[in-house]
Design a protein around this ligand. Sequence first.
Ligand code: B3K
Ligand code: ZN
Length: 883
Amino acid sequence: MDIARNPAVPNENIQLADAPPEPKRPPLIRREDYQPFAWLVPQTAIDFTLGLESTRIAAKLSVERNPDADRAEDIRLNGDGLKPVSVARDGEPVDDWTMVGDDLIVKLPGDAHQLEIVTQIDPSANSQLMGLYASNGMLCTQCEAEGFRRITFFPDRPDVLSTYTVRMSGPKSQFPILLCNGNKVAQGEGADGTHWAEWHDPWPKPSYLFALVAGDLVANSDTFTTMSGREVELNVWVRGDDLARTDHALESLRKSMKWDEDVFGREYDLDLFNIVAVSDFNMGAMENKGLNVFNTKYVLADPDTATDADFDAIEGVIAHEYFHNWSGNRITCRDWFQLSLKEGFTVLRDQLFSQDMQGEAVKRIEDVRILRSAQFPEDSGPLAHPIRPDSFREISNFYTATVYNKGAEVIRMMRTMAGPERFRAGTDLYFDRHDGEAATCEDFISAMEEGAGLDLAQFRLWYSQAGTPKVEASLLHSGDTTLLTLTQAVPETPGQPDKKPMPIPLKIALFDRDTGEHGGEQLLILDQVQKGFNFKGFDKPPILSINRGFSAPVTIERSVRHEDLVFLAARDDDSFARYEAMQELVVSHIVAAAGDGLDDAARDAGRKAIGQALGAILTDESIDDLMRGELMMLPSQTYLMEQMLVADPGRLHTEREGLKAWLGMQLRDEFHALYERVEQVPYAGEGARGARKVKTQVLVYAAASDPEKASQLAAHQYAGADNMTDRQGALMVLAGLGTAARTDKLIDFYRRYKGNDLVIDKWFTLQAISLHPNAIEHVKALAEHPDFTMRNPNRVRSLYMAFAGNPHGFHLESGEGYRMIADVILALDPINAQTAARFVPALGRWRRIEPVRAALMRQELERIAAADNLSRDTFEQVTRSLG
Ligand code: B3K
Ligand code: ZN
């Protein structure tokens, strides 16, 4: 119907005529609109003439009609900010091309053609760090998702696979090392001090996996012999000064290659695997075929400059990118809506790897902590989306915890239901069936159904429905029978008001109250809104341990007695469930205290139960210190806020700190004894990592209960530290205190590490996340520090992302924290839109915050929305956040 004549909208015409012009909205791209591309591009040959300020790109595309697509008389090649210097078709220059927006349209009358397109770009002016850009005198690329179109005109979509041959030339003194995907097939010297190299990648790939690096780099090298006996050369390329900090990365790569052969049967498929570390990078790393590009943060480590957590993160990210060689590169995504096909699956693969390397129990707890602090808030806020989204304006906004981490949980549930062996049969079938293809999530699910023997008909809802399901569990005991009733509800999310029940696999155990034993773990599948399960043989109501191992990414709601949680926190044989019981005990207490409030007796009872559970943990000889350190951590304020429909960050902070102080006092002797024991463990001694974790946790409690004592202890730990974990832990605690040692040690740390960017990032972060009452003033001052720059994403994140994650500073009642982050978004948007947009979700949580602060947050979002020339990235996030 013609909308202007719609009688239901009488003033439509007038409004349209009088209204100011609509701001230009970037188009919405929909999953259901997918069409295969009209042309295939079997071969691509590119010649790069490299220069920091000017790089010339001559691309040759052989194209032929795609028999599976509608016929087209022209080809649309994506561009972003490019102008063609020249266009030739079948060897003849042509001028019958046109531009539609940023894209180049060239007429193609026949069934197969050769296109030659020349472009010229200035990498040094590329502050977005997408496409080809300059970083510290070197050139590197980032093409996922849509960066290749900033280099040359191309069908820049993941379902167009091409075989690439690349020639690159440039001044040898400036770019002694020339790297690209695949294998180097030729090299030589040119005129005037230039040199060149030619690279060929035999594996057809989408443009987002293209990579090129040119610079003055040195390598830490090794070899790996694959399961079929092929020798692969491995290199970790860095700047000269960083070479000594690359052993761990190289070793992690070797471990990953071996593990993927052993556990998933996947062998590497080139003779060369290169990793390059760059210091200006929008994210962690990138899995380009045979040439992974990494943020230095996930490559460089030694005990003096990297914490235990940094070492683990490096191992995990190296593994993640390496595993993409199969889950992402050999089998890629048909379109960007399928992103979780490669990301969710690869996160699961890296999590399983790290579980094998670092220990299953602690790794699982860490992964759940990340899911809860990053993904649960996403799922319950204005940016909620299913792991396979239905639409987007800017794909960069969908590299989210939902697509990655919830995506991994969804595949993990398949593994839980099938068991590891049948799961492996499913992944074998998937890899076999779709090798060399651009596949869909549906392809993965079908292979899993067939290979693993699962019926996933209803399970597909996990791909299409957003929102974290809530499961209510209640126990009814009568005679010797216990009835467990499970009820699920999937909350409403933007665009999805009505949800269907999903299959939720829950591992449970029922503990006998008298013996403290359970008769075995069981897997229950809750696949209806409500289901009851009967258990016999209990004289007294048993104690329920539920969602063991976090078998489903849901929240569990139940009314449970303190004493049962104390029992589970001290006795559950599932480490995750033990951790969970401790969390539940604390969460229920703080949420009640910060919500309706508690009277003195209730507060006392709650604290005592927590103190009893924590006391048992501090002295339990049956657990190692790594696990003890996990169990000692109180739930983060972000997670606590997530537990309340509307949270008052100030009250939560006060309650959480109050509890910490109380526990610190109450368990002073136990903490002291523990510290004395772990302090003796030398850096490389047995259990040393656990010892370091526990040490800093003790300081955290001491800081809340006895700041003077904590300051002395932390200063002592800092001064005596022979490693970054102890030094950073001590400085973190000091940064929150108002003592003289704070200033001393911050100055010392800066002097000691001046010039080491990654460590100076830590120095910024420790101050930005601190509990110090003047944290915001410190951040303001740090923004003026000569080492601060808006042009380096690591530095921006180290200061401002850290501050946005500091609830105590960000949620200042005055709204100053919100204003600061909004100012950052506006200032950063023209420089680096991807990084700017990543700050928006912090403000987007306004609906879940008490009304005074919520209004201030919304006001800042509106201020951003009103700005001219917002990037597509920020525009999309801000408009969705305003709702
Ligand atoms: N695939 C890349 C992420 C690309 C992000 C683009 N905005 C790294 C990874 O997930 O392994
Ligand atoms: Zn990935």
